[in-house]
Structure formats: structure tokens, C-alpha cells
Design a protein around this ligand. Sequence first.
Ligand code: FAD
Length: 415
Amino acid sequence: MKRYSVFAIAREAVRYHMGWERAWASPEPKAAYDAIIVGAGGHGLATAYYLGKNFGITNVAIIEKGWLGGGNTGRNTTIIRSNYLQDPSAAIYEKARSLYETMSQDLNYNVMFSPRGVMMLAQTHHEVRGYLRTAHANALQGVQTEFINPQRVKELCPILNIDGPRYPVLGALWQPRGGTGRHDAVAWGYARACSAMGMHIIQNCEVKGVRSEGGQVTGVDTTKGFIGTKKLGMVVAGHSGQLAEMAGFRLPIEAVALQALVSEPIKPCMDVVVMANTVHGYMSQSDKGEMVIGGGTDGFNNFTQRGSFHHIEETLRALVETFPIISRLKMLRQWGGIVDMTGDRSPIISKTPLGNCFINCGWGTGGFKAIPGSGWAMAELMAKGEPGPLAADFNMWRFKDGQFIDESVAAGVAH
Ligand SMILES: Cc1cc2nc3c(=O)[nH]c(=O)nc-3n(C[C@H](O)[C@H](O)[C@H](O)COP(=O)(O)OP(=O)(O)OC[C@H]3O[C@@H](n4cnc5c(N)ncnc54)[C@H](O)[C@@H]3O)c2cc1C
């Protein structure tokens, strides 16, 4: 695989860009692999990448029913932060955030990580208490956050109205090294690196069944035939319930559509990410100038990857008091993704009732930020057969044992 560099761009510029290679190969499946990962979203691709990079396991297939990065990974609003309350969450999200810092160099692919700062507004006294608590917890966890006053909020984001009649801004939890990244590029960068290690990314290939013998998976039935494997990793977000059912077990997961929308592009007016959990909405400005606006989940379980009119109205109605400038903005596009929600709003990275089958899901409305950390932890679980310190607390049996990792405050607004 040729490296991308300024010299490569210069070389290609003088030969009409005829020398670029395809970023990843599209092979036909082999009869069997050492490991199969179902789902070529960010989490599946990152798992494969760290299986190769950290454990030297490269006889791997990543099987995707659509196109890589076409699920939630290519549909999210790209907020990256690690200001969670509980220790296991802070550990995995901070690991992910720190891996994002060097991801472009590691993958030799520009993922446009932009640590522009993320603030979560406190607009009720209850939220002030909650975020002060999180700031103290983050200090102990080594995650750099601080609770800032309304004047500092206004300095950092002048377009905010901090004196709203219903919900004045009382402060904010500020994470200066949080930010955004380019979601497609994260998937494409991992895919290119996996392909360069000889892994097979098999797109347009749906897993329809999981075969097992004596409590061990032997392979998967797909729309391209049976493919054998020694280890199986299920990383399919909103479709985790179906995959688990194919393998004969049940998960405490609900699938719902989560929606977002973008405005027409406007001049730069906001260089931080702002989340307003009480009114339920959040906003940042993309490099193209569009205001990227996130709303909530649908109030009922469904598998539709689309937007709906009432969400535009609800989200903009919620945000317009805090961001009066959006009252005359035209909205360009809206969409939805199927997210996988757990009861405690924390993920599952776990062994399963089948010995060589592992699952990574439950990232719900906020898993883009976790992609590298999650892939790192899932690769360790698949390679060693046992979870490492990052994944240990996120096992699926915590729901039976009552060992919840409650992040309903940190995950308050869907992002
Ligand atoms: C509107 C929206 C906004 C969001 N905003 C943010 C945000 O700002 N910050 C943040 O951190 N997170 C955000 N998220 C959440 C984030 O996008 C997800 O948690 C994350 O992308 C999940 O990645 P994944 O790899 O697990 O899933 P996906 O990217 O969905 O990948 C799973 C893949 O599995 C494939 N698959 C499913 N079933 C099968 C099968 N039977 N056979 C083969 N392949 C199969 C799917 O086609 C899909 O490509 C948002 C999500 C949405 C929808």
C-alpha cells in the first residue's frame, strides 16, 4: 500500500492522478478465516485493525451487508468527548479520545480530528449539581474537564443566548480536548489499513445465520455462502438483537432510530461543540459551514434509517431560545440511524454463551467517539478470549447481576 504524503500528491499531480491505488480491495470470501467480524462500521473495522496491529491476527474477514461505514458510523454528528461519570466509561472513552489525537498519523489517513472543545450546558440547578459532580469525578479519573461560568460560556460561544427566559445558561461542563472528526474518514482509514494487512472486507454480504457445534461457532451463513471461522465478533449496532438471535441468545438491547439534520452552509460563527441536554439538542459547525444539529431518538422501536418532520420541529424549537440565530436558517438534510440502546446507557463488550463468539454493541447514541477504544478492547477480548481492563466491566451479564454502569446523565442528549 502506497503511503499518502505531500510527495505522493506532488508526484500524482504531474501524472494526472493516474497512479493512485484503490484504497481497499474487494475480494471474494475464502472458505474460512481465523476470525470473522460481522459489521464494517467503525467499531467492527477498528476491532479488525487492532487484531492485526496489536495481536498479529490478520487472517480476518469483515463482513458487511451494505457498504462499509454506511450504518451509524456514516450517519452521526461526530462529537468526540470523554467526560463520562463512571470510572469504566471514563477509561474507555478517554482511551478512545487519546487514540483519536494520533489517528491520522497511525492510519496515514486524514480523519480531520478537530479538538475544538465540547461544552455541555447546565440550564437547570439540577444540571449544575450533576456536572459539578462529573467535573470532580473526571479530575480523579485524569480526564481534563472543568465547570465554567456563564460569562466564560459566552466568551467561548458568542452566538449563545445565555439569558433565555425559560432556560438561562447557568454554566457548562467544558472539555477543551473534545471535538469532532470526519466520520467517513475514520471508517475509510481503518478499512484501508485492514486491507493493507491482508484482511478481507466483504461488502454487500449479509450474515443470515450463525452455525455452532458443541457450544462453539463454526461459521456464518451469508448471502455469498457459508464461511467458516475459528472466532466470531458481532459488531452490528442496531442489528445486534437479530445477530444474537441467530446465535441462540438474547440481549438486553432496544433498537430505535436516532435523527440529525444539517442547515445550509453559513459563514464561520461557532468554533466549539455545544450540547444543551435539558432542552434536548446540540450543535456544531462543519468545515463546510453547515450547522450540524442533533436531536433525539424516536419514541418507539424501529429499523427505519430516515428522518421525520416532527423531529425537525421539536429539535429546532428546543434550540432556538439558546441559539436565536437558527430561527431563520434553512435546513438542508435530515436522516436517521438505528441505534442500539441498553438500559444503563453503557455498551456491551462481552463474551457470549458460545465459547468463541464475542459481542460489541450498545453504544447507542454515542459510540462514534468510542470507536478506537472500543476496537482496541474488543480486539483484546477476541485475541485472548478474556476481556482486558478496558472491557471487563462491560460484560452482558451485568444486567442480570445488577452491576449497571449508569451513564444516563452523560448520555443525556443523544450524541
Ligand atoms: C443521527 C446520529 C447521530 C449520532 N451522533 C453521535 C455523536 O455525535 N457522537 C458519537 O459519539 N456518536 C454518535 N452517534 C452514535 C454512533 O454513530 C454509533 O454509536 C456508532 O457509529 C456505532 O458504530 P458501529 O460500528 O457499532 O455501528 P454501524 O456503523 O451501524 O455499523 C454496523 C454495521 O453492521 C452492518 N450489519 C448489520 N447487520 C448485518 C448483517 N446481518 N450482516 C452483515 N452486516 C450487518 C450494518 O450494515 C452496519 O454497517 C450518532 C448516531 C446517529 C444515528
